[in-house]
Design a binder for this molecule. Structure first.
Ligand code: AQP
Length: 327
């Protein structure tokens, strides 16, 4: 089987962007690939965080991923910092990465603006660590959201640079997108994002979600209930595309464009369809976080060990090719 590698930062609760932009694909593809999924805590250190919160966040993220449908016997879910070779390979890749390539990365430019007071080297080096993550396991397929496609392309470049300098070692990986690779933020921002506070979390209850969705902006043309709207200009419509069956969507589309339904009706129908997806995840999370927690934590330990072994094999090959093996 081909190797799939992907990761997610423990920077907050999993949201609809993570789920429909990436995780839904991981759940599907774990049956078709040798699958590695990393809780990338080293990446999360690149933005301000509270050390005391980190262990809880990592554990919670793992539990939520299993609740979303990642299976213990199908995917190797592990914690990045428990495999030191990720940092070692990053340094090696730093030596073959032109500075200019990192400076033009869209995510770096965005985060540099967002965290203006604390722009550290790790923010710039983030894609190099990501390349190390993927290539340590010789990942060929990388299912991500649209925002990460540029980093996957960069990883291909890194593999190419390394292979041409030191000999054929790494595969050139491909990004894999879902049908909805970019989920808008509740505030209409181009990206739902944990650090922007514009999210709907997958573990939120119907009441919590309604408190956010009820006041959310829709098509600005619908000032009064009787004003017809354009669904394509509405964030809530983009959410219907995630969860609402096609026939019902056609009905809602017509209702909006003819002012047959109001925005509140439209939002209620979205919420009802969304809860059909989220209720089972929340229930499963409750089970795992209770009786299942110890077993999951043990599984993370065992997976860390498995990954250290895979990483050691790759690093032995890398060291030898780079002349780092003593006579
Ligand atoms: N809005 C989104 N639409 C589609 N896909 C998304 N992803 C994230 N947001 C969206 C995808 O989810 C996976 C895990 O992302 P991550 O947590 O590692 O980092 P991120 O992309 O930076 O996500 P956030 O929520 O925006 O986190 P912060 O605010 O901490 O930076 C990735 O495959 C990502 O593409």
């Amino acid at each position: 089987m081909k190797v799939l590698f992907t990761g997610i930062q423990p920077t907050g609760d999993i949201h609809l962007g993570n789920y429909f932009g990436a995780i839904a694909n991981w759940v599907r593809l774990q049956h078709e690939y040798t699958t590695y999924i990393s809780v990338v805590d080293l990446h999360a250190l690149s933005i301000p965080y509270e050390p005391a919160d980190m262990p809880g966040r990592v554990a919670d993220l793992a539990l939520t991923l299993y609740a979303c449908g990642i299976q213990v016997d199908k995917a190797v879910l592990f914690v990045q910092s428990e495999v030191p070779a990720h940092s070692e390979l990053t340094w090696i890749f730093n030596t073959i990465t032109p500075l200019g390539e990192l400076e033009r990365m869209t995510q770096f430019k965005d985060k540099r603006e967002q965290f203006r007071a604390s722009v550290n080297v790790a923010l710039l080096d983030y894609p190099v660590l990501q390349a190390a993550d993927i290539l340590l396991y010789k990942g060929e397929v990388v299912p991500v959201g649209e925002d990460q496609v540029q980093h996957v392309e960069f990883t291909r470049e890194v593999a190419r640079h390394f292979n041409s300098r030191y000999g054929d070692t790494f595969p050139e990986c491909q990004a894999l997108l879902t049908a909805t690779p970019r989920v808008l933020g509740l505030d209409g921002d181009a990206k739902m994002s944990k650090s922007k506070g514009n999210t709907i979390g997958v573990l939120e209850t119907a009441e919590q979600i309604w408190a956010k969705v009820g006041p959310a902006k829709t098509d600005p043309a619908r000032v009064r209930r009787t004003d017809p709207g354009t669904p394509e200009k509405c964030t809530i419509w983009s959410y219907h595309l995630l969860v609402t069956p096609e026939a019902e969507r056609a009905d809602i589309h017509k209702g909006c464009t003819t002012a047959g339904i109001g925005c509140i009706d439209c939002k209620k129908r979205f919420q009802a369809n969304l809860m059909k997806v989220l209720d089972p995840i929340r229930e499963r999370y409750a089970e795992l976080a209770g009786a299942g927690r110890k077993g999951i934590m043990e599984r993370l330990d065992a997976n860390g060990e498995k990954c250290r072994a895979v990483a050691a094999t790759t690093m032995a090959e890398v060291r030898e090719k780079m002349g780092l093996k003593r006579e």
